[in-house]
Design a protein around this ligand. Structure first.
Ligand SMILES: *Cc1c(COP(=O)(O)O)cnc(C)c1O
Length: 425
């Protein structure tokens, strides 16, 4: 296929044996479309970062919990994390078991901790008060703690998750209190984790934070090392959202070489026999997803050209919430490539002025009836969508390895929206 603006998906055969226009005829819009081959490729790149026997890719399931994708990720050999009973439930539906799941939570109830423990999961707690609660829920058990290495990173202050300005992790200066709580409840410290933030395109911060944890464990927790079985360095691996501007990818060969050397040297020095986790969410699933939507109106308000679509922030909230950028493709019946650009703002159908998908973009002129493809929508897309304005949530389709489409979540219906009301009769 070659269409008004489609070089990116064309170049990787994203839609397999079908086309966006065919998919829209079959399933309607808004429609999340995922590509199995790309998902598998991203898993393999991550698994290839280190060949150490204890090296694990722990997929952070919150980025996309469709069980069809979770199954593929599991088949590729990744583990997964869960941070709520719902995520734990869905991970199990997709075939994950206690051996390849960890519970990485913050600010949860005793019941929720108990549920994770009863399911056999290792639980990571992220404050002294949660450690104390865990000790009461599971005295004599194993526990992980989330530390705050004091270094943060991320594309927006809302996604920086370490450093003093965030709610996450136990400060490194609190180890005396940690030890005392461990003793008091007869707990074994079985692991540490950290997560410094999301979307790094340059790996130095991540590697520095790895150094902080490794050094800390060796110098401050050396006596506990024989019981420590998991060191989890968190996620945050970025993907190039500006593909049409030629943004470079993370250099995985370089990152892998540096990470592997660091971990191998540390194992040699300390005799550590446990596992090393990385915990990517976005990197695994973002690029295997394209969101399709319909253009229903266009207008000029003064100097601004607005393109009205069914892609409101109920469908994809990232642009409204984080000012995120997503590349936009344009498909049209009998469309041909068009390189003449006009400034346009793409908006949704939600009654809010903040309902903006793409601001002042230089794009080929978009017309009523066009189909738009929003690239890199596989992570924090569907999972963050809502039924605001009482719009049913989108359907999801997988382009399977042989290039054929398969429905993996049906579109919500009006009945789905009203199912939970009580006393309507
Ligand atoms: C969200 C999250 C991740 C994954 O972050 P990405 O930026 O999607 O890679 C990993 N670990 C924890 C604890 C998280 O909260």
């Amino acid at each position: 296929m070659s269409n008004v603006r489609s070089e990116q998906t064309d170049s990787i055969g994203f839609f397999g044996r079908t086309t966006p226009l065919d998919l829209v005829k079959m399933y309607g819009t808004p429609l999340y479309v995922y590509n199995e081959n790309i998902l598998r490729q991203r898993c393999r790149e991550l698994l290839g970062l280190s060949s150490l026997p204890g090296f694990c890719v722990n997929y952070s399931a919150k980025a996309n919990t469709n069980p069809a994708l979770l199954r593929i990720i599991r088949e590729e050999g990744c583990h997964a994390d869960a941070m709520s009973p719902g995520e734990l439930h869905i991970n199990k539906l997709a075939g994950f078991t206690a051996e390849n799941l960890v519970y990485v939570c913050n600010n949860v109830s005793a019941d929720e901790m108990r549920n994770a423990v009863e399911n056999g999961l290792l639980v990571s707690v992220d404050s002294l008060s949660q450690l104390e609660l865990y000790g009461k829920v599971n005295p004599g058990g194993k526990v992980m703690i989330r530390i705050n290495p004091g270094i943060g990173a991320g594309h927006h202050k809302k996604v920086v998750t370490a450093g003093k300005e965030t709610k996450f992790g136990i400060d490194l200066s609190c180890m005396a209190e940690v030890r005392s709580l461990l003793n008091q409840h007869n707990l074994t410290l079985a692991g540490l984790n950290q997560h410094i933030g999301s979307l790094f395109m340059e790996p130095n911060g991540y590697l520095d934070a790895m150094d902080v944890m490794l050094h800390f464990v060796q110098t401050e927790l050396g006596d506990l090392l024989p019981n420590i079985e998991t060191l989890d360095f968190g996620g945050g691996f970025g993907i190039p959202y500006h593909k049409y501007e030629g943004e470079a990818r993370l250099d995985m060969a370089d990152l892998g070489a540096r990470m592997h050397a660091k971990l191998a040297a540390w194992v040699k020095e300390t005799g550590y026999k446990g596992r090393f986790f990385i915990e990517p969410g976005r990197y695994v699933v973002a690029e295997c997803g394209v969101l399709l939507g319909s253009v229903y109106a266009t207008k000029n308000n003064g100097p601004n050209r607005y393109v009205g679509t069914d892609l409101g922030f109920n469908v994809l909230v990232r642009p409204a919430m984080y000012d995120s950028f997503h590349d936009v493709e344009i498909y049209r019946e009998n469309g041909t490539p068009d390189h003449e650009l006009t400034e346009q703002t793409i908006v949704g159908n939600i009654c809010e002025s903040g309902d903006i998908l793409a601001k002042k973009r230089q794009l080929p002129c978009i017309h009523e009836g066009d189909i738009l493809g929003i690239l890199d929508a596989g992570a924090y897309g569907f999972v963050m969508s809502s039924s605001y304005n009482q719009r049913p949530r989108a359907a999801e389709v997988l382009i399977t390895a042989d290039g054929t489409p398969k429905l993996i979540r049906r579109r919500e219906t009006l009945d789905d929206l009203t199912r939970q009301f009580v006393g309507l009769e």
